[in-house]
Design a protein around this ligand. Structure first.
Ligand code: PRP
Length: 181
């Protein structure tokens, strides 16, 4: 039987906007005199980062790293790979990692360890969503948008097999096969 994706909205655009505003205020309070290095994890964080930095009206630097832990389906492969590395110097910088979702924690845990070895002055994590029910490794989150249930979510940058990143809302993706969510 072929998979027929069905979506329902978990967080509407206006709820996301209010949450990004709240996070921006928290980050501004802590970083406005620090010239931080914001590192977005591609691809999922691109939309959140773009909206967030427009609300941060102080000097900062934006950098990206591309990591991958998921295959083509809904399950993590469990292996994290650096697909595209950093260009900026991390040593001595106040680094803030920007993530779309912390799920098992494998991706962020890998990246935080990777960055810590580069001796930043400080290292913190901001994630728009957190799914603590799926955690495999402990991750300390400094700035959190939403806690989400143990459902597969898509939209606002988050994909399923590279689809649905462009949705303006965060939605739950359901499988129409009976009993499968
Ligand atoms: C997704 C998401 C996070 C990671 C979270 O990335 O963007 O980076 O999984 O999962 P984890 O906590 O179980 O590691 P993915 O590897 O699917 O790549 P993408 O950002 O390009 O979608």
């Amino acid at each position: 039987m072929s998979f027929q994706p069905k979506l329902h909205i978990l967080f509407r655009q206006d709820e996301i906007e209010a949450t990004v505003k709240r996070l921006a205020a928290e980050i501004k309070e802590d970083y406005h005199v620090k010239y931080p290095l914001l590192i977005g994890i591609l691809k999922g964080s691109f939309m959140f980062l773009a909206d967030l930095v427009r609300l941060l009206d102080f000097p900062l630097e934006v950098e990206f790293i591309r990591l991958s832990s998921y295959g083509q389906g809904r399950q993590s492969s469990g292996r994290v790979k650096v697909v595209q590395g950093l260009c900026s110097e991390v040593r001595g910088r106040d680094v803030l990692v920007i993530e779309d979702i912390v799920d098992t924690g494998l991706t962020t845990s890998f990246l935080l360890d990777y960055l810590r070895k580069k001796k930043p002055a400080s290292l913190r994590l901001c994630t728009l969503t957190d799914k603590p029910s799926r955690r495999q490794v402990s991750v300390s989150i400094d700035y959190l948008g939403f806690t989400v249930p143990n459902k597969f979510i898509v939209g606002y940058g988050i994909d399923w097999s590279q689809k649905f990143r462009n949705l303006p809302d965060i939605c739950v993706l359901e499988d129409e096969r009976p009993g499968v969510v």
